[in-house]
Design a protein around this ligand. Structure first.
Ligand code: GLC
Length: 572
């Protein structure tokens, strides 16, 4: 019979489709979307692992640690920019889109890394900075030197100084203007970020073509998608206003069409810190623009609830960002490589977060954020770190974690701006934390208690069954047993305590539910039994099982406690 189907593909398809209907389980196309239930791990090649002893991490070093990442359980690596760059913005100032910075290895080392990652079942998403280049990029060098150069119109120029020359800065407090006079060019050029990052002019079809070349080139090298840097700024028209510019949203559709034709399952993960009513423009009405965006909006209220215990604004942020196209997905995170942006909170809310997590001026940045790692912000309090990570893994989206956060790594506030949270990965308690054999790593390693590499490192934590590392690996495993989170419908559930967030996911007749207590005090909550099957709740994170009585479940939570439940059955 098997043979018969092999020779009759049409018939086998018919049998498959009709059997799906017979069981009343229509195949869900969303199950094809790998990003719906993946765990993404963000890292920088330079700070991860050095293989040749020159003090900087490289692709060979990273390749050697794929076993570690695999055993941690992550599905995809988000690789920070690794192109040739003067590194005045740590690689976000690109001088050649088509190469690998020799500091990190050769193109061959990159290809080997891609091969080994795929062998380990790990996808690679690369950061792509299209909004601007470095001012050292040959395109800009030619553009400024010669009015008639084909690259002149690749950037945004003005003969006069625009009225809003000192408005719309991405890095207020550090950056003084967005239009800067270039002597060589004899004109002003626009730069949303630092003055060494001139913006590309995406109104110019040549620039759009080149962007597609770059996307195509890297997809051919095997990447599974892109973390698109600064999306609202790629598509803005600064001449319409530096502060409130008009946007060319159609450009995102263009990128999407291009990547999807070239590689059907390629991902566009956008960095776009926008308001809830703007989301539809970025995801597209029919889900035909970005597949995924970081939920910066909810993230700010997440830090606010952690600082204040006041849950309502976070609940509202989740609800306000709930309606997105079926194929779209949020990415949730705690910390990334930048500051935590608290710009959308009220001044009072922001001050509460500052007070709790970044009280000193040196911990704050750009008049809106905090430049610290999570563990120091939470005073190294294990209970609160678990609460925070458990929460992020239970939110309706893809969890993104930052290298070293699985260990509880600290920051170095002596380093400039956001570099504070980009110190080398701590592997062992030996010289330079096992990061490099060089005498001097390119960036200092954290050696101050309580975050010193002597305690906080992979090798030590691996041995300790109660370490944060082992706890995180377990959390990842549990998250993977709950595909309902990425695929299902969710709702917030009233449990009779304003400080406890309860979220329930239903997917194809299966349900999971997670509760998180933001109060330092223990809470008793009441989970209503919603469906016929709600007779028992099986905890996935603790050793308990609850039985329904009088239409619901009574659950005790410790201060900052949490629990994950599968409804009705111990396994899926
Ligand atoms: C994004 C990156 C940030 C970088 C900036 C300019 O916001 O996350 O690190 O400095 O873009 O490229």
């Amino acid at each position: 019979m098997k043979k018969f189907y092999r020779y009759c593909p049409l018939l086998s398809l018919l049998v498959f489709v009709s059997s799906a209907f017979a069981q009343n389980t229509a195949p869900d196309i969303n199950e094809e979307l790998w990003y719906k239930n993946s765990i993404i791990y963000s890292l920088e090649v330079g700070t991860f692992k050095d293989s040749d002893g020159n003090g900087t991490g490289d692709f060979e070093g990273l390749t050697g640690q794929l076993d570690y990442l695999k055993s941690l359980g992550i599905d995809a690596i988000w690789l920070a920019p690794f192109h040739t760059s003067p590194k005045l913005d740590d690689g976000y100032d690109v001088a050649n889109y088509y190469d690998v910075d020799p500091q990190y290895g050769s193109p061959g080392d990159f290809a080997e890394f891609m091969y080994q990652a795929s062998k380990h079942g790990i996808r690679v998403i690369m950061d792509l900075v299209l909004n601007h280049t470095s001012d050292q990029h040959p395109w800009f060098q030619q553009a400024r030197a010669d009015k008639n150069s084909r690259y002149r119109n690749w950037y945004v120029w003005s003969k006069e100084r625009p009225k809003d020359w000192n408005k719309g800065m991405a890095f207020p407090g550090v950056q003084k203007e967005t239009w800067t006079y270039d002597k060589k060019a004899g004109e002003y050029y626009f730069h949303r970020f630092y003055d060494f990052q001139p913006d590309l002019n995406f109104e110019n079809p040549d620039v759009r073509n080149e962007a597609q070349r770059i996307l195509g080139f890297w997809m051919n090298q095997g990447v599974s998608g892109f973390r698109l840097d600064a999306v609202p700024f790629i598509i803005d028209l600064p001449k319409t206003s530096a502060e409130k510019p008009e946007h060319m949203f159609e450009l995102i559709s263009e990128f999407r069409r291009f990547v999807q034709w070239r590689k059907g399952d390629a991902l566009l993960l956008g960095e776009a810190n926008v308001l809830p009513d703007e989301n539809k423009e970025y995801f597209g009405q029919n889900g035909d623009r970005l597949h995924t965006m970081f939920n910066f909006y909810a993230n700010q209220y997440l830090f606010y609830v952690m600082a204040s215990g006041d849950l309502e604004p976070f609940r509202k942020a989740l609800v306000d960002t709930k309606k997105i196209p079926g194929t779209a997905q949020w990415a949730y995170f705690l910390r990334n490589h930048d500051e935590i942006d608290l710009g959308r909170l009220t001044e009072e809310q922001r001050n509460k977060v500052y007070q709790a997590f970044g009280p000193e001026k040196n911990m704050q940045l750009y008049d809106r954020g905090i430049r610290r790692r999570l563990a120091p912000m939470l005073n190294n309090d294990r209970k609160r770190m678990e609460l925070a990570y458990s929460l992020v893994f239970s939110l309706p989206g893809t969890p993104v974690i930052r290298y070293g956060d699985e260990l509880g790594m600290g920051d170095d506030l002596r380093l400039k701006e956001r570099i504070a949270v980009r110190t080398p990965m701590q592997w062992t308690n030996q010289k330079n934390a096992g990061f490099t054999s060089a005498d001097k790593p390119f960036r200092p390693i954290i050696d101050k208690e309580p975050f010193s590499y002597k305690q906080i490192n992979v090798a030590t934590e691996r041995q300790d069954p109660n370490s944060l590392l082992n706890w995180t690996a377990k959390l990842i495993r549990i998250r993977k047993e709950c595909p309902e989170i990425g695929l299902g419908n969710w709702q917030l559930v009233e449990v009779g305590s304003p400080e406890v967030l309860a979220i329930r996911y239903n997917y194809q007749g299966k349900s999971v539910m997670m509760v998180h207590n933001f109060s330092k005090d223990p809470k008793q909550i009441r989970i209503p039994a919603q469906a016929e099957g709600d007779k028992e709740l099986f905890s996935l994170t603790r050793n308990n099982k609850l039985t329904s009585a009088n239409g619901g479940f009574t659950v005790d939570l410790e201060g900052y406690g949490y629990n994950w439940f599968r409804v009705g059955s111990a396994i899926r």
